[in-house]
Ligand binder design. Structure first.
Ligand SMILES: *[C@@H]1O[C@H](CO)[C@@H](O)[C@H](O)[C@H]1NC(C)=O
Ligand SMILES: *[C@@H]1O[C@H](CO)[C@@H](O)[C@H](O)[C@H]1NC(C)=O
Length: 287
């Protein structure tokens, strides 16, 4: 009884649900180029001249917190794109993206973020990182609830996309999404606008994914219901913290720091591209 209680206590305190790539992911393309390692804890994707590779979660989710540790393609990664994103399927899809655009040796990666609602994107923000993302694993997280989407790097918020449906801006909240990851060649546009091509003499290129954790609501298409697993609860409100997560004062400071020092592109300030006027939420986002 005591043992059972302590197991229960451990389960309740366990902050996140650790996914196992064997059980929880499906390779979507690239065959042997996607390799599960370390008993299901690590998934390595590779890219050669013939194909890239990718995987998706078996589950579909409607809201949650999704953490993935990534170690990006080292050395000359120009032309490669490594991704970690959420997406629904079909026409008018929703999508929340992290994409990592490779570069020549010694040149910085670009972290590209975007949000699609009902098939419409055009909400890009891009960042540099304050560390070398190829030398060790770092944690990239997406928090998705009905009020906002938060992108985090090593728990530091880099971007918040708020629900501005009141201003007529669509927000992803009605379509369940899967988690996707891929490594592919995009040397027609990815690196320095397509000027720098993939050096195939360096192939295969490899990126590794580790410690995929979800604290999310799993969607059942059969019953059209979602069940919210994980167990990180807010002791005050007794709800899962990601469900109401917003930034506190110190996180807002971190966000400001990232946006001032590391943001290299913001759709809300690209007057050339949006010469007809910015999307309404741009007026509200102070960063
Ligand atoms: C690659 O490095 C160049 C030079 O530092 C930089 O201008 C560019 O933004 C970097 N990233 C990509 C994806 O091209
Ligand atoms: C702000 O939130 C972070 C992350 O949840 C937490 O670690 C930190 O203690 C909070 N800070 C304050 C001042 O509440």
């Amino acid at each position: 009884m005591l043992l059972q209680l302590s197991i229960l206590a451990v389960l309740l305190l366990c902050p996140v649900w650790a996914e196992n790539f064997y059980q929880d992911a499906t390779v979507t393309f690239g065959d042997h180029r996607a390799q599960i390692q370390d008993g299901g804890r690590v998934l390595a994707l590779s890219l050669d001249k013939i194909s890239g590779s990718g995987f998706q979660s078996k589950n579909e989710y409607l809201f949650g917190r999704f953490d993935m540790q990534l170690k990006l393609v080292p050395g000359n990664s120009a032309g490669t794109v490594t991704t970690f994103y959420l997406s629904s399927q079909g026409a008018g899809h929703d999508e929340i993206d992290f994409e990592f655009l490779g570069n020549s040796s010694g040149q910085p990666y670009t972290v590209h973020t975007n949000v699609y609602s009902q098939g419409k994107g055009n909400k890009e923000q891009q960042f540099r990182l304050w560390f070398d993302p190829t030398s060790s694993f770092h944690t990239y997280s997406i928090v998705w609830n009905s009020q906002r989407i938060i992108f985090l790097v090593d728990d530091i918020p880099i971007r918040v996309f708020n629900n501005h449906e009141a201003l007529g801006v669509a927000f992803p909240k009605n379509q369940a999404m899967r988690v996707y990851a891929s490594l592919w060649n995009a040397d027609d546009w990815a690196t320095q606008g397509g000027w720098v091509k993939t050096d195939w003499s360096m192939a295969p290129f490899t990126a590794s994914y580790r410690n995929f954790n979800t604290n999310a609501c799993v969607w059942s298409a059969a019953t059209s219901t979602s069940s919210c697993g994980g167990s990180k609860t807010d002791s005050v409100n007794n709800v899962q913290t990601w469900q109401t997560q917003e930034l506190n004062a110190s996180e807002r400071n971190r966000l400001r720091w990232v946006q001032q020092k590391y943001m290299i592109y913001n759709y809300c300030t690209d007057a050339k591209r949006f010469s007809q006027g910015f999307s309404p939420e741009c007026k509200r986002s102070r960063f």
